[in-house]
Ligand binder design. Structure first.
Ligand SMILES: [Zn+2]
Length: 396
């Protein structure tokens, strides 16, 4: 998916407008939320923007052709000038049956100016808009696609820090470990209540008044109604879904039952929507996901007897690790980018300089260690996988 963000960056202004219109239209077509009239109006609006994006350079498709092509066409083929050679040439928004692609929500958040209008995910995006405005981060007319995940992270963490270091660490850890909370649990964390990050569970991630958590990140899985009345549940994280966070929910006489669609045999329990609150998509994407390895690593190191401080010194890096009675210390910055080349670029740009720091990447990126080590060589930083770090701390 990091490849998708890069591919979107390479589009020209016309192609971006067209992509925006296609993504919102695909969401409107595949959602059952809202009235038919509302959806029709939204689709017409999208078509209007789509036609204008062609700017007379090519013949723009009619409304019927536009909506018809959204199902089963590669994204690149929908855009003016048909950009070649990127992942957009390999992915579609809706498959031949009109079922949404797993990337659709992410595109709505990261690549559209009008995603807030879309059914389902639009509510998430509007929630994030108002949160960012409340912390003074987002001018009224700016869309999310104009600001980076890092900017959002920064704004959220800065707001939490205003409540004191303790509240900051506790709030941030909660957003990583518990992206879904009961309303009672939330009410006990003042900093989180004031931040206003949690809200009712999105309709796109509930079925028959229920929801189910991804076994890996604990966030609400996306619910897609199949034509036969069953519901597919998938973690929005492609990696989690591939590793088995995908299930089928079917109504039975005793209520809804979940069955695995992947390798993972552990089946989460469906829970009532009532009484629970969840992070919106973008905060799960930009705060929960990158934080998972950080808190996991902390837990593993503490088990070994190490002392670990999470996000020390105003978030200069992620973990400060020491072993009682020994002089050695580790300053660890965890990097979880899905795209190692993007990560290499990021390390190259690190303005702080990275002397004495260990960058830790997930074990599944081990193959990229030589590349990443070449990148940070001059700075004196090291690059390890999480498994390497645990072994090193254990042996020290
Ligand atoms: Zn997950």
């Amino acid at each position: 998916m990091a490849g998708t963000a890069a591919a979107v960056q390479e589009l020209d202004e016309h192609q971006r407008v067209a992509l925006d219109a296609c993504v919102v239209a695909a969401l409107a077509l595949s959602s059952s939320e809202g009235g038919a009239k509302e959806r029709m109006r939204l689709l017409m609006e999208c078509h209007g923007r789509y036609v204008r994006s062609f700017g007379g350079r090519e013949q723009a498709p009619s409304y019927e052709v536009f909506t018809g092509r959204l199902c089963g066409s590669r994204v690149a083929d929908l855009l003016p000038g048909r950009p070649q050679g990127s992942v957009l040439g390999e992915m579609w928004l809706l498959d031949g049956d009109g079922m949404p692609n797993s990337a659709l929500h992410r595109l709505a958040v990261e690549a559209t100016e009008h995603g807030h209008q879309a059914p389902g995910i639009g509510a998430d995006i509007r929630h994030l808009h108002s949160l960012l405005r409340a912390v003074g981060m987002l001018p009224v007319s700016t869309g999310l696609s104009r600001i980076s995940g890092e900017t959002v992270q920064h704004a959220v963490f800065r707001t939490l820090r205003a409540a004191g270091f303790e509240a900051y660490t506790r709030g941030r850890e909660a957003m990583v470990r518990t992206p879904v909370l009961t309303r009672r649990e939330l009410s006990r964390n003042t900093a989180l209540v004031e931040l206003g990050a949690y809200a009712g569970i999105s309709p796109t991630r509930q079925f028959a008044g229920q929801w189910a958590a991804c076994p890996m990140c604990k966030w609400t899985m996306r619910a897609t109604y199949r034509p036969n009345g069953a519901v597919d549940l998938d973690c929005e994280d492609e990696r989690h879904s591939l590793l088995g966070a995908r299930y089928r929910a079917e109504p039975t006489a005793e209520g809804w039952r979940l069955a695995p669609r992947g390798e993972l045999r552990a089946v989460p329990e469906p829970l009532p929507v009532e009484g629970y609150v969840a992070l919106p998509y973008a905060l799960w994407l930009w705060v929960t996901l990158p934080g998972l390895l950080e808190v996991e690593l902390r837990d593993r190191l503490v088990t070994l007897g190490a002392e670990v401080r999470l996000w020390p010194f105003g978030d200069a890096y992620d973990l400060h690790v020491t072993r009682p009675g020994r002089s050695r210390a580790w300053r660890v910055d965890v990097k979880t980018w899905a795209d190692p080349y993007g990560l290499a670029q990021k390390l190259r740009e690190d303005p702080e300089g990275s002397g004495e720091l260990c960058f830790v990447v997930p074990e599944h990126l081990r193959g990229y260690l030589p590349l990443l080590r070449r990148v940070v060589k001059a700075s004196g930083a090291r690059v390890l996988t999480d498994v390497d770090l645990v072994t090193e701390v254990e042996g020290a």
